[in-house]
Design a protein around this ligand. Structure first.
Ligand SMILES: [Zn+2]
Length: 310
């Protein structure tokens, strides 16, 4: 992979600049209601059989109410008659277990934000996996596998190595999914190796699906412009090459207007903007090992960090 980047990273590390280079502001969490906060922040428990997901059978993903991280898949949900949604497995690495101070039960929390989810029980022999994640409905938000058409918005951004852009956008409130891929070039169905040559015209990009009731295209654009350097031409951070350029691929005229307006705001503040604004063309999802890269590998980005610009 990116040999140049690794060498540069090592150089930066050994010259002791790592702390400054990787400072990272905590991204905002969703606002919680009093009832949500009682369970999620104060480790309360909702009354059994009152939560909206106790017997819910929709196909999709249950995400954290506080931070939006994906926690459980509907295929791991089972009927336990305990009065709370029950799952016999979690999404790998999404949930942490902490023994209660009384030494009897084991609490489960969102690994990303520490939101209290409920408790986990083993040895009850309710399913083959012999585990019951007993979760408060109020700690969860359900995202259907099949998104209703017209209900969700899409945005496509390129801002250097897609691993880093994916990492920050996935953590943003209102974001349903982020897919890493390639777009803007001329080669059909490109591979990572082909894009790496810099000759396909494609940029490493992300496709973001978001809930317009919780965020907006403009909020996402502004976040995008604050997690990468929109003034760097010909690459991003240590990654140099056309495939690492900064570009906003708009899907309609409204998006184009918002993008140009936000870039003009930055120009007015003195930033020499390198970001291009281009009509979106076909988006090719990248190979599976590029998806969720930093989350799957438990690392933090080397090429992106949050810097306030708006
Ligand atoms: Zn969370």
């Amino acid at each position: 992979m990116k040999i140049k980047s690794i060498i540069l990273l090592l150089l930066i590390y050994f010259t002791g600049m790592s702390e400054k280079s990787y400072s990272q502001e905590k991204l905002k969490f969703y606002d919680l209601t009093k009832a949500e906060s009682y369970v999620i922040n104060d480790k309360g428990t909702e009354t059994p059989f009152t939560g909206k997901y106790t017997s819910y059978k929709g196909k999709g993903t249950y995400v954290c109410k506080k931070c939006g991280a994906a926690l459980y898949n509907s295929m791991d949900k089972f009927e336990s008659d305990c009065g709370w949604p029950s799952f016999d497995d979690e999404i790998k690495g999404a949930v942490i277990r902490i023994p209660d101070p009384d030494g009897i039960r084991t609490e489960i929390e969102c690994a990303n934000c520490g939101a209290h989810l409920g408790h986990v029980f083993t040895g009850e022999h309710l399913t083959a996996k012999n585990v019951r994640n007993c979760v408060n409905s109020i700690s969860l938000e359900f995202v259907p596998a099949k998104l209703e058409s017209g209900r969700y918005g899409t945005a496509i951004f390129a801002g250097g190595c897609f691993w880093g852009v994916d990492y920050f956008l996935k953590k943003a409130p209102g974001v349903i999914s982020v897919t890493s891929g390639y777009t803007g070039g001329t080669v059909k169905n490109p591979t990572y190796q082909e894009v790496c040559t810099g000759n396909t015209g494609h940029a490493e990009a992300v496709k973001v699906v978001y809930d317009p009731q919780k965020t907006s295209y403009e909020k996402l654009i502004r976040l995008f412009l604050e997690i990468h350097d929109p003034t760097q031409a010909g690459g991003q951070g240590p990654d140099i090459g056309d495939q690492y350029r900064s570009e906003i691929f708009y899907l309609n005229d409204d998006q184009k207007t918002i993008a140009e307006n936000d870039l003009n705001i930055l120009r007015a503040k003195g930033f020499k903007i390198a970001t291009r604004v281009t009509k979106a063309s076909e988006f090719y999802p990248a190979e599976a090992y590029h998806q969720d890269y930093y989350f799957k590998n438990g690392k933090i980005p080397y090429c992106h960090s949050y810097i306030k610009r708006f």
